[in-house]
Design a protein around this ligand. Structure first.
Ligand SMILES: *Cc1c(COP(=O)(O)O)cnc(C)c1O
Length: 387
């Protein structure tokens, strides 16, 4: 890829492998059998770019998309996405008419909110599709299991509601054999069997996030809600049954500067690194302002010519420095910060560990400053230049 392909010729970018993304969706579908897929696409599709990923997911045949807020749902509708979109979490009074007008599905987890929605539906003469959210142990949003039946009955009574689904969320399923996760799944299933399916078999019941999909087959039910797994990462342990899952996110750049620094010189802000010998120091145009974490200062590595080299000194807002010792590399050569190069790979999991966090947080941290380059079987395009 030459820089002339890049918007404004920017010498750093995020690369997204859409072909592998489709493989990931297929692998999940094969693994969950008849269950539908609701792809979690919140937070800019975990940093992968909301609209391109939404379009690809539609093509891959997912049943619906899930976002965290009205704002994210509206972006999908304005981009022409027609499939069901579910907004997770509690709804805010001031957002109800927006949710209705954008034709979004949303969660109901209290009688009070149900009444507010009903009023709005009457005023706008609209019906809406909702999912009853039950809290089986996350202690976040959702009606308690002990009040869930009353609320379900209320919703059935209120004619404005089309009950599309009933769902819950797993708190501890990232641990592959966790007693509490088993308990959550069992108590949710009991409620579904006894109180939901007996009323209406078509209500979609769902509890599995990526952890549920990967480690708890009994959690798959009518629909699964993958997020991180669809982007190529296991929440914790690898599962052989999903061996086709692979990451689709890379961060790459070009060397923009080269200098020889003599022994004993401090590098960058606060001089947190000093050269141990005469060294060749490269400047790479990626920094914490792009989402490449400053915590990787003097810890992270990059790939050049298929070899690992250390980041030296504090990472700046827009740039970072790399020490290649006495090795050779020229301005304009490609550097991989996350992803594969030749036979070497810097995994996101490794980067997350160095930053003392999870893959999710590193991915979401990449903002819109680095352009996203989408590659689909050799075809290349950018976020803002397709369709
Ligand atoms: C974000 C989210 C998911 C997806 O979580 P992953 O761990 O990325 O699979 C599923 N369900 C709910 C309610 C969520 O908020």
């Amino acid at each position: 890829m030459t820089s002339t392909h890049l918007p404004f010729g920017h010498p750093a970018w995020i690369e997204i492998d859409l072909k592998q993304f489709k493989k990931n969706i297929k692998a999940i579908q094969n693994h969950v059998g008849h269950a539908k897929i609701c792809l979690a696409i919140k937070a800019n599709a975990y940093g992968h770019g909301l609209i391109p990923i939404a379009r690809e997911a539609v093509k891959a045949g997912v049943h619906c998309l899930a976002v965290a807020s009205l704002q994210e749902g509206a972006l999908l509708r304005e981009a022409g996405i027609k499939i069901p979109v579910l907004v997770f979490g509690a709804i805010h009074d001031e957002q109800i008419s927006g949710l209705l007008n954008y034709d979004l599905e949303f969660s109901i987890s209290s009688r009070l909110k149900a009444e507010l929605v009903k009023k709005k539906c009457e005023a706008l003469q609209k019906k809406c599709r909702v999912h009853l959210e039950i809290d089986t142990g996350m202690q976040r949003t959702g009606v308690r299991l002990s009040s869930a039946l009353d609320l379900l009955n209320d919703l059935v009574q209120m004619k404005c509601f089309d009950i599309a689904g009933v769902y819950s969320h797993l708190a501890t399923a990232d641990n592959p054999d966790n007693e509490f996760a088993h308990h959550q799944i069992k108590s949710f299933q009991k409620f579904i069997r006894e109180e939901v399916k007996s009323k209406d078999k078509n209500i979609i019941c769902h509890i599995a996030n990526s952890s549920g999909i990967s480690y708890y087959p009994e959690s798959h039910m009518d629909m699964v809600r993958p997020g991180i797994l669809a982007y190529g990462y296991f929440p914790t342990q690898h599962n052989e049954k999903l061996k086709d899952i692979a990451p689709i996110f890379s961060v790459k750049a070009k060397i923009v500067y080269f200098k020889v620094v003599s022994k004993g010189q401090g590098i960058g802000y606060s001089h947190t690194y000093k050269t141990q010998e005469d060294s060749r120091i490269l400047t790479i145009p990626v920094g914490y302002g792009d989402g490449y974490r400053r915590g990787l200062s003097n810890k992270g590595e990059v790939l050049i010519r298929g070899k690992r080299y250390p980041i030296v000194g504090n990472i700046c807002m827009d740039q970072l420095m790399v020490n290649i010792g006495q090795d050779e590399a020229y301005v304009g050569e490609e550097v991989t910060l996350i992803g594969k190069q030749e036979h070497e790979e810097i995994k996101l999991t490794e980067v997350a560990k160095l930053c003392d966090t999870i893959t999710y947080e590193i991915l979401c941290g990449f903002n819109n400053r680095l352009p996203r380059m989408y590659i689909d079987d050799g075809q290349v395009f950018f976020e803002d230049k397709r369709h």
